[in-house]
Design a protein around this ligand. Structure first.
Ligand code: HEM
Length: 315
């Protein structure tokens, strides 16, 4: 969604802050999830705080929609430039037909879903990838050499180029292995009693899949705590839910629907950042001393956000 023309009334900073607050709260272990009788009491205040943040975000999206409706009314044209235009066009058709399948409330909640599931997951993965590369300059040089060779100096990376950039793809996979941004996926519940590898999972048990631990399992991965993209060059591992060794987007019917978009964006953004800039750390920070501690929320973020300095590439 292009929000450039909506910035008069809505600050992107406000959106980013509310999103990040929401992700942090949603990731906190909530006693009421394990002892349902506590739900009404909300002993940690998590639901109360989340209600305030959700309301704030819904209002914010409401303001964006109103602003867009105003602009469209003034110009008298039905634009179809981004997802918000498309949703508004569908809403207008519904109103004309006197159907109420898509109204402003549904659009507000749909945007909340997309933004909460799609923004921090993608940006955090990119940040981890960049941190690993700044920490290992030889890997960054190898990636940049591949880009120079395939894309050529002075040219921009395009989506179509990604299939010819195996090392870049391997870096993204290695980032997913070590830093899955949804480390415990989304909790599941067993429909019925089921036996898996000699364990009985009783009906209605909540099942939490620890993707982070799978990625760090030494019986599956050699040197699991080392960032080695090369490990993916000779094996064909798909991150789309078929290889259970690497399922950063989950698997099965509830697999992340944003998977194709996220994969496109990540390769394009990472490729562009590496091809257009050389990267260095602030004075005094040694690559091998970079703080890679994790902060646990609904997404797994860097405890200390990466601060890297871009130096434009001379072409
Ligand atoms: C690197 C980026 C991303 C990662 C790692 C990621 C990961 C995930 C994971 C692990 C799940 C839960 C799946 C499961 O439990 O099996 C999920 C669900 C979801 N994701 Fe993503 N995601 C990313 C980007 C996106 C984007 C860009 C969008 C949309 C624009 C998106 C929309 C959603 C939605 C709507 C759900 C909930 C689906 C449901 O409950 O049925 N995600 N994502």
């Amino acid at each position: 969604m292009d929000m450039a023309d909506d910035t008069n009334s809505v600050t992107l900073k406000e959106l980013k802050e509310a999103m990040s607050h929401m992700m942090e709260e949603l990731g906190k272990p909530n006693l009421a999830d394990y002892f349902p009788f506590l739900q009404k009491i909300d002993p940690q205040g998590i639901r109360r705080r989340n209600t305030v943040t959700f309301r704030k975000l819904i209002n914010l999206f409401g303001r964006i929609i109103d602003q867009r409706l105003k602009v469209r009314e003034a110009s008298g044209s039905l634009k179809d430039d981004d997802i918000l235009d498309t949703l508004i066009n569908m809403m207008v058709v519904d109103q004309e037909k006197k159907e109420d399948q898509l109204d402003k409330t549904i659009i507000e909640h749909f945007l909340l879903d997309l933004f909460s599931a799609g923004t921090e997951t993608t940006s955090t993965t990119l940040e981890w990838a960049m941190a690993e590369l700044v920490k290992a300059p030889e890997i960054m040089s190898k990636a940049r050499a591949e880009l120079d060779q395939v894309i050529g100096k002075g040219n921009q990376v395009k989506e179509l180029d990604v299939s010819r950039l195996p090392y870049l793809q391997a870096i993204v996979k290695e980032t997913f292995r070590m830093h899955p941004t949804a480390p415990l996926l989304i909790p599941r519940k067993a429909d019925s009693d089921i036996e898996i590898s000699d364990y009985i999972i009783p009906k209605d048990a909540q099942v939490i899949v620890n993707v982070w631990a799978i990625g760090r399992d030494s019986s599956t991965w050699e040197n699991p705590d080392k960032f080695i993209p090369e490990r993916f060059l000779d094996i064909d591992i798909d991150v789309g839910g078929r290889d259970f060794k690497l399922i950063p987007f989950g698997a099965g019917r509830r697999i992340c629907p944003g998977f194709p978009l996220a994969m496109r964006m990540l390769h394009l953004m990472l490729g562009s950042l590496l091809h257009s800039f050389d990267w260095k750390l602030e004075d005094g920070v040694r690559p091998d001393a970079l703080n890679m501690d994790e902060k646990f929320g609904l997404t797994l973020q860097m405890a200390q956000p990466l601060r890297a300095i871009p130096v434009p590439t001379k072409h």
